[in-house]
Design a protein around this ligand. Structure first.
Ligand code: URP
Ligand code: ZN
Ligand code: ZN
Length: 449
């Protein structure tokens, strides 16, 4: 048995002092004082918060974008996740056009199995909607893949509005959830061509080719849907309108949209390429609107959209043409600390709200609750012991991502993962790995909505 003693346990509703015991991969006891025997292992968590392990519901590991493959695979990405306090990721398996969903799922299992240091589940990104794909949706649910993603942007991935409506209808009857990359791809293509024709070839043209309107304009139809990586005030207004009509809309945003703004695209030389992601970083007014939405309870989950490409050799592919810069940025390791620092340590949000946004809500929304997302007897022993007073500085030199930069270089933050347990076994200590490769596939339930 492993016992965490004297910690302050956190749920979405309350914090309380207790000991917590784990055995056989499960939480076996929570009590003011748990008796221990000599063979038990013990950790003193006085002065620490004890969270249900953080869940990142949006990552892209070992993803081939057709030109290059993300710098992080499941081995490096999940190791970095654990070092930062994340115990489960939901990665995007992506259908290749001309292939089946089953082929994509088999491939993603191969990428993750035996290499993952944290637990993992999959969404399925549909890029080729046809009768076979329609028939396969039930197989996905049966395999524990109960959420899908559709892209309205990216030529190689996107579906059209008619297909979206069709997919939404099918998913509803199967209890599958849809996450939507809300950018109008036709408009983006046109604006990209315009910028290039004006001789604007550098990273500064990236946000101009993807203004907030292309996010807000994306049709939300009238079905339950998750808006992933919400980036703009205009997109937020659209969500508010849909919710006011009675539509169920879950909102995900990411640390980059809460902390950084589009001034990064004006950095000298090719530096702005580090921030080329879609949607792009927005104005400081957008950033503030999203922070306020987090505080108001209008945001449901905080993910990373971790999609890392090294500056050397990968981002550089777009030196002469911003449309060729691989889209995406790293963040998986740093999300808990960035969020704790910005919202909890500063007093803007309670630790309970942080628990909801980074752990309980993603577990509930994606069919893993109460196995995950809560500290309760019988739940999986994925636990993050958090030192709320640790002060440290984020840097590429000390991160565990397999990438040569971090968008948060030099940021000094308060709060750090002191110890991380995966399935009841210590996996990281003080931000460094102690045991790797223990991650397991998480079968997810369908939703009743
Ligand atoms: O730029 C990004 N976000 N790349 C990853 C794919 C996506 O759109 O989620
Ligand atoms: Zn996306
Ligand atoms: Zn993404």
């Amino acid at each position: 048995m492993y016992v965490i003693q004297n910690g302050t346990l956190v749920s979405a509703e309350r914090t309380w002092r207790a000991d917590l015991a784990m055995e056989g991969g499960k939480i076996t006891a929570i009590a003011p004082k748990i008796p221990i025997s000599p063979e038990d292992q013990v950790m003193d968590a006085s002065d620490c918060l004890v969270f249900p392990g953080f869940i990142d519901p949006h990552t892209h590991l070992d993803m081939d974008n057709g030109v290059t493959v993300t710098a992080d695979d499941f081995s490096s990405g999940t190791l970095a996740a654990v070092c930062g306090g994340t115990t489960t990721v939901i990665d995007f398996a992506t259908q290749d056009r001309g292939s089946s969903l089953a082929q994509a799922l088999t491939l993603w299992h191969k990428k993750a199995e035996g290499r993952s240091s944290c637990n993992y589940a999959f969404h399925m990104a549909i890029t080729d909607w046809n009768e076979n794909t329609r028939r396969e949706l039930g197989d996905m649910a049966a395999a524990g893949v109960t959420s899908l993603k559709v892209y309205l942007a990216y030529d190689a991935l996107r579906i059209d509005d008619g297909q979206l409506l069709d997919i939404l209808g099918e998913c509803r009857s199967l209890g599958l959830q849809i996450g939507c990359h809300c950018e109008n791809g036709n408009v983006v293509s046109l604006l990209q061509k315009r910028e290039l024709a004006r001789g604007k070839r550098g990273p500064a043209a990236h946000p101009i080719s993807r203004p907030p309107e292309v996010e807000a304009e994306a049709s939300l139809a009238n079905c339950p849907v998750t808006v992933v990586h919400l980036s703009s005030a205009a997109g937020l207004e659209e969500v508010r309108r849909a919710r006011a009509r009675g539509q169920t809309v879950w909102v995900e945003t990411c640390p980059q949209y809460l902390l950084l703004d589009d001034s990064r695209y004006q950095l000298p030389g090719f530096e702005g390429a580090k921030y080329v992601m879609s949607p792009p970083l927005r104005s400081s007014a957008d950033r503030e609107a999203l922070c306020q939405a987090v505080r108001n309870g209008e945001v449901d989950t905080i993910a990373t959209d971790h999609c890392s490409y090294s500056f050397a050799g990968q981002k550089e592919l777009g030196r002469e043409d911003f449309t060729k810069i691989p889209n995406g940025a790293p963040g998986l390791e740093h999300r808990p600390a960035l969020f704790f620092h910005q919202f909890a340590a500063s007093g803007l949000l309670s630790t309970e709200r942080m628990c909801a946004l980074l752990s309980e809500n993603p577990a509930r929304q994606y069919g893993m609750y109460p196995r995950k997302g809560v500290l309760a007897v019988g739940s999986d022993a994925d636990v993050t012991v958090w030192d709320p007073k640790a002060v440290w500085t984020i840097s590429a030199a000390s991160q565990h991502h397999n990438v040569d930069y971090t968008p948060y270089e030099g940021m000094t933050v308060t709060g750090k993962a002191k110890a991380v347990f995966i399935n009841g076994v210590p996996a990281a200590q003080d931000g460094e790995p102690v045991r790797t490769g223990m991650g397991r596939y998480v079968f997810r339930n369908a939703l009743n909505y």
